[in-house]
Write a protein that binds this ligand. Structure first.
Ligand code: MRU
Length: 359
């Protein structure tokens, strides 16, 4: 694999600190201009890192949360089980409240808490050992999931295709390869070439700051466009498929992803372009029957009015509506690409089958 491609796909974005009581993350808010690593030690620092998108992307949030709750638990060593379990639960709930939409956050924290519950009556150091194994397993499994998703995704496109993507679902948002960008990196590794159009993704510019950065660095042909240019590139005939990530997939296939995704799906449908959602099964939440059950995060109006501008672009008293995600209706989705295979409509059936025993 070329060095540049390896550096992008194997970026060291989240790891446990050497003391085992902290977590080191690559601060995604500083990219593409600065590569800055942060060490998170307190629950507040961890909460803020997730809330402020220093670590972001559904799978990456889950991986980070697993390491964070483990690091915090290590700081509790020496307490008795009841006290340990109560404090663990309190910190888990606190971290879980940092962002509501990506299910991977609660998925990873709940998975970690199950280890504590199962360890009732055991010495705390033993439970800590198991917690350490669990958070590493969450990370390792994500690496394998991204690779499998990349393989399935690659089977949907051919050399030379034009691909449109929204937000960032690459290695920074996951672990290695990524989900929506994974097939493009894997294809590049195999000598294939794609023409990728990256929506800048207002208001926090994950497409401009992160997706175009990752693809450009890896030597993949990428063209950055503003979100409102998706229609013209589709009309021009430059797009063969849309690949996007996901933050929560409901049982019927309705999918929450970065704000603007549903608009891309509606355009793709109009132009007859296949629209694929790529994500691990850890992002599927069967307890949400439809997208209506998914809580959408609302963020600070300043992200629209001021952030990234030299001076405010609206009067301070102007009202803003700043939802961080929207839900793409399942009828607009051509396929949901998971590590276990590609689900096709009807999703209520194909997603349920994915979770059925033996799959
Ligand atoms: O607000 P963000 O940057 O965390 O939103 C990220 C997305 O919407 C991604 O597409 C999604 O989390 C999938 S990342 C593999």
């Amino acid at each position: 694999m070329p060095d540049a491609l390896y550096e992008v796909t194997h970026i060291d974005n989240i790891r446990l600190g050497e003391d085992g009581q902290s977590v080191v993350i690559l601060d995604q808010t500083q990219l593409p201009n600065r590569t800055v690593y942060l060490t998170l030690r307190t629950a507040r620092e961890m909460y803020d890192a997730i809330k402020k998108l220093k670590v972001r992307g559904a799978p990456a949030i889950g991986i980070c949360a697993g390491y964070c709750i483990y690091a915090l638990a290590r700081q509790l060593d020496g307490t008795d089980y009841t006290e340990f379990a109560a404090e663990f639960h309190r910190q888990k709930e606190f971290l879980n409240s940092s962002r509501p939409t990506a299910v991977n956050l609660s998925w990873a924290l709940t998975r970690m808490e199950r280890v504590v519950t199962a360890g009732a009556g055991k010495p705390v150091p033993d439970i800590l050992d198991r917690l350490g194994r669990e958070c590493r397993a969450i990370h390792e499994e994500d690496i394998a999931m991204c690779r499998a998703i990349s393989e399935y995704g690659l089977s949907l496109i051919k050399d030379g295709d034009g691909i449109l993507t929204h937000c960032n679902a690459g290695p920074l948002a996951t672990s290695r390869y990524g989900t929506a960008l994974g097939p493009l990196f894997l294809g590049k590794e195999r000598g294939m070439g794609f023409h990728v159009f990256s929506d800048e993704t207002r208001p926090l510019l994950q497409g401009a700051r992160l997706t175009s950065y990752e693809l450009q660095k890896a030597g993949i042909d990428v063209t950055l466009i503003c979100d409102n240019m998706a229609s013209i590139v589709m009309k021009n005939g430059w797009i063969n498929a849309c690949f996007v990530g996901c933050d929560r997939v409901a049982a019927n296939g309705d999918t929450a992803n970065k704000i603007g995704t549903s608009g891309v799906a509606i355009l793709a449908n109009y132009y007859g372009i296949p629209f694929y959602v790529l994500g691990p099964t850890s992002t599927v939440d069967l307890s949400c029957k439809t997208g209506g059950d998914i809580q959408i995060e609302l963020r600070d109006p300043d992200e629209i009015k001021e952030k990234f501008y030299a001076e405010p672009m609206a009067l301070p008293e102007v009202k803003c509506y700043n939802p961080a995600f929207d839900v793409t209706d399942h009828t607009l989705i051509s396929g949901i690409v998971t590590e276990k295979g590609i689900c096709r409509p009807p999703y209520t059936q194909s997603l349920a089958e994915l979770f059925a025993q033996g799959k």
